[in-house]
Design a protein around this ligand. Structure first.
Ligand code: HEC
Length: 274
């Protein structure tokens, strides 16, 4: 029975993995291994590197926001990353948002901190039409929506390969079908939906070395930028992660102390029982 329970518990994460959303990577042994790295927010004590996340927001704003919405985020949430209220007001005011005025007429006004991040397209159909049929997904929860999300997006951003420069042997190593063709508007990415007809992503390589000049003068090669934008997206996917971990640590500490006390009580009560 205990064995059965243990296998049940071990199998739980497997059942919970969103295999249907992204079957190719969830299957062991398919596609290249994700790039190895460590993020500040990993592990039971990990926290979000605020400076990295702020740089990541700059990348989102200057690059990704042209195509990807983050509809669960409001500008004022950025204050959690250490931006001042004045800075957040400034960032929000850079966009024009639709609203109605006092007499019910449609107007455009500068954004306020309480506004949600401005969407690049009015709806999914328009987003797909502008991107060759593949709508850019909302990035609010993307790190949670993919297995091993942080490492996956980190790898994906660095996973572009010039298809025409691949040798036949390399194509064979990827397991591509004989009649494999990369259609117009698709790009070859070694981490995207591997398979005989796979690796085709509708997003052109969004980031290259030195593309964004950081206000804080940090390193802006591709791996550094990928790490920064993933840190920002990880924070957005789970803004209360740090509080959750703190609670966990407190609970474990409490249980340890409580167990010690109970042990002492037990020894005292049973001391004379021989
Ligand atoms: C020119 C438009 C464009 C820009 C700019 C862009 N993307 Fe995309 N992105 C897309 C499209 C289109 C897709 C959908 C691709 C598909 O499903 O084939 C996509 C998909 C994605 C995905 C999901 C991949 C998956 O597993 O489904 C992630 C993650 C992503 N983009 C991250 C980013 C990040 C981070 C940036 C900024 C550095 C960025 N994108 C910039 C158009 C863009």
């Amino acid at each position: 029975m205990r064995k059965l329970l243990a296998t049940g518990v071990l199998a739980l994460p497997l059942l919970a993995a969103p295999a249907a959303v992204f079957p190719a990577l969830a299957e062991a042994g398919h596609g290249p291994k994700l790039l190895d790295t460590r993020f500040s927010f990993e592990g039971p004590f990990g926290t979000i590197d605020r400076a990295a996340a702020q740089r990541g927001f700059q990348i989102y704003k200057e690059v990704c926001a042209a195509c990807h919405a983050m509809s669960l985020m409001s500008y004022r949430n950025l204050m959690d990353l250490g931006l001042s209220e004045a800075a957040v007001k400034g960032i929000a005011a850079e966009v024009q948002v639709e609203d109605v005025n006092d007499v019910g007429e449609k107007i455009e006004r500068p954004g306020k901190p309480s506004d949600r991040f401005k969407k690049p397209f009015p709806n999914d159909a328009a987003a797909a039409a502008a991107n060759g049929g593949a709508a850019p997904p909302d990035l609010s929860l993307i790190i949670k929506a993919r297995p091993n999300g942080a490492r996956y997006v980190f790898s994906l951003l660095q996973g572009y390969v010039d298809f025409d420069s691949l040798t036949d042997q390399q194509k064979a190593e990827f397991g591509l079908a004989k009649d494999y063709k990369l259609e117009e508007g698709k790009h070859f990415n070694i981490y995207f939906q591997p398979g005989e007809q796979g690796y085709k992503i509708g997003m052109a390589k969004p980031l290259s070395d030195g593309q964004v000049n950081y206000v804080d003068g940090s390193k802006n090669d591709l791996p550094s930028m990928a790490r920064d934008v993933v840190t920002f997206l990880a924070w957005a996917s789970e803004p209360h992660m740090e509080a959750r971990k703190r609670t966990g640590v407190r609970v474990v500490l409490f249980l340890l102390i409580f167990a010690g006390m109970m042990y002492a009580v037990k020894r005292k009560i049973w001391a004379d029982a021989h």
